[in-house]
Write a protein of this length. Structure first.
Length: 217
């Protein structure tokens, strides 16, 4: 992986790649484009990177068009360590980012670094962190005999002011499922972010992606 955002000419066949590219952070996992800007979730660097696509494309691979790098800090004291942001979606002017955390986190930080949905206001530069929603293990059913579990938020989708988050229900250390998967439904227009958790069929034990449309979620 060269951690770069390349541009392509869609009119060419085969697709022609631009000579230069935007330098990204480590393990970029999702790209969203809105109002002439690219929003990149960098899992390895624990950041959301903002690239101004209205500026001339770089001739080489560099970060000349990057205008913001927002650290996904949570907790108290706030820290981005081990948050591992994975997916994101826009609801209104806010970006909502799922934080998976790490399978083997820092013993002092524990799984508290992840298992969250983080609100980010990207309408200004620099962006501002907003509310956070913790997905607590006690809110999800466990299989018989299982005493510990770790919710793992993954894919995120939006419809209006509602955010949908795919929730894996894993054993600590991410070694297999500890219970059924869930779809968390979050009303971002509410004063406090809370999740209405919908249990998924047993065939969907570790959901990763979610898509929201006008008629179906």
């Amino acid at each position: 992986m060269d951690n770069a955002l390349y541009g392509f000419d869609p009119a060419s066949s085969p697709l022609a790649k631009a000579a230069g590219a935007d330098r990204l952070g480590k393990a970029a996992s999702q790209l969203l484009v809105r109002d002439g800007h690219a929003f990149v979730v960098n899992t390895g660097d624990n950041t959301v990177q903002v690239v101004d696509l209205t500026k001339p494309a770089p001739a080489e691979i560099d970060a000349s068009r990057t205008i913001d790098e927002i650290a996904t800090k949570v907790g108290s004291p706030a820290s981005e360590a081990n948050t591992a942001p994975a997916f994101a979606a826009f609801a209104g002017e806010k970006l909502y980012v799922s934080l998976t955390g790490t399978c083997y986190p820092d013993p002092e930080a524990g799984h508290q670094a992840g298992n969250r949905l983080l609100e980010v206001d990207v309408s200004t530069t620099p962006g501002a962190l907003g509310r956070e929603l913790v997905f607590a293990a006690t809110d999800y059913e466990r299989d018989e005999g299982v005493t510990e579990s770790s919710p793992r938020p993954a894919g995120v989708a939006a419809r209006g002011t509602t955010i949908y988050v795919a929730i894996g229900n894993l054993n600590p250390g991410c070694m297999g499922s500890a219970g059924p998967g869930y779809l968390a439904v979050v009303d971002t227009a509410a004063v406090t972010l809370t999740a209405r958790n919908l249990k998924l069929p047993d065939a969907c034990r570790n959901p990763a992606y979610v898509l929201a449309s006008e008629t179906r979620r």
